[in-house]
Design a protein around this ligand. Structure first.
Ligand SMILES: NC(=O)c1ccc[n+]([C@@H]2O[C@H](COP(=O)([O-])OP(=O)(O)OC[C@H]3O[C@@H](n4cnc5c(N)ncnc54)[C@H](O)[C@@H]3O)[C@@H](O)[C@H]2O)c1
Length: 101
């Protein structure tokens, strides 16, 4: 198992699903991990939950600053948060595709 002791990571969309599993794995291997999410209140320790919306630059910059300060630096980014859409390019409104992109 790769030892990540001393490394610092951010996982976006890490309060549930694949992101939470990834954050837990990184922490189990010794990394300090900050989780960015719209609702980070249930993120379990030792994960550091920070509120951030990845579609909002101001929010992300603030959260990165908090993470770097609290973790002491940054080595790893898992850019997991994403938005999916079901349907065709013809059927779905442009706003939805802009949101996905
Ligand atoms: N689960 C699958 O089968 C699958 C397949 C292909 C791709 N993906 C992609 O993998 C990623 C994770 O999928 P999942 O199934 O674990 O999803 P999930 O819905 O379980 O978790 C997504 C997390 O991202 C957070 N989130 C959503 N929008 C956000 C935003 N704007 N800013 C910050 N956080 C936000 C949510 O609050 C949630 O905690 C997504 O990008 C998804 O599109 C998933």
């Amino acid at each position: 198992m790769t030892d990540l002791t001393g490394l610092r990571a951010i996982v976006t969309g890490g309060a549930s699903g694949i992101g939470l599993a990834t954050a837990r794995l990184l922490a189990a291997r010794g990394a300090g991990v900050a989780v960015f999410d719209l609702n980070p209140s249930d993120v379990p320790p030792p994960l550091l939950g920070l509120k951030a919306d990845v579609t909002d630059d101001v929010s992300v910059r603030a959260a990165v600053g908090d993470a770097v300060e609290q973790l002491g630096g940054l080595d790893i980014l898992v850019n997991n948060a994403g938005i999916g859409a079901i349907g065709t390019i013809e059927d779905n409104p442009d706003e939805q595709w802009h949101q996905v992109l």
